[in-house]
Design a binder for this molecule. Structure first.
Ligand code: GAR
Length: 202
């Protein structure tokens, strides 16, 4: 049986879309996206899931008294749906060590820089690109890595570099990193890990 995958989102969901397209094209050979979990009820990613006929649920942190309650709600959705692998695709909530240990080597994340540059706590979205530009690096990119208790600290699976242009601002750089790197390496890394999990089950 294919590895059952949940994708966690919070916003626009362009990385989710890349995964959906990859699956539609028959390239996600060893996995199946069966659930989308959003931390934000108005995330456009939810519409993308609906259009692709993928079940989705919202678990909002603000409706939970504690981190533990937030994660318990997520875990009950994962268990109900038999989820074996989690892809964080622009998911903006931090997950506790208890959560990441429970799914050790089963959670991957895409980050919009070449880790270990411009990563860690508080480094997400446009801020990452603003930091790269203000540092003055000439090359940036994206990284897909396993998720452990250290923000952006897990083992690296794939990376791809992107050149910074003199005319770039944070928005233009974010778009190019998504298009040239994230939408390419996230689906490929998802397939690689889904395959490894499927082989383990044999
Ligand atoms: C992506 O650029 C992703 O790499 C980034 O948020 C964006 C989400 O876009 N994630 C982080 O910064 C995590 N630290 P999307 O909702 O269109 O996929």
């Amino acid at each position: 049986m294919k590895t059952r995958i949940a994708v966690f989102v919070s916003g626009g969901g362009t990385n989710l879309q890349a995964l959906i397209d990859f699956q539609r094209d028959g390239k996600l050979k060893d996995g199946e996206i069966v659930l989308v979990i959003s931390s934000n009820p108005s995330a456009y990613a939810l519409e993308r899931a609906a259009k692709a006929d993928i079940k989705s649920v919202t678990v909002a942190k603000k409706d939970c008294a504690t981190q533990q309650e937030f994660e318990e709600k997520i875990i009950s959705e994962l268990e109900e749906n038999g989820i074996e692998m989690i892809v964080l695709a622009g998911f903006m909530s931090i997950l506790s060590a208890d959560f990441t240990r429970r799914y050790e080597d089963r959670i991957i994340n895409v980050h919009p820089s070449l880790i270990p540059s411009f990563c860690g706590k508080g480094m997400y979205g446009l801020r990452v690109h603003e930091s790269a530009l203000s540092y003055g690096v000439k090359v940036t990119g994206a990284t897909v890595h396993f998720v452990n208790e250290i923000p952006d600290g897990g083992k690296i699976i794939l990376q791809k570099s992107v050149r910074i242009l003199q005319s770039d601002n944070a928005e233009s750089l974010q778009k190019r990193v998504m298009k040239l790197a994230e939408w390419d390496i996230l689906p490929r890394a998802t397939q690689m890990v889904a395959k490894a999990i499927r082989m383990e089950k044999r």
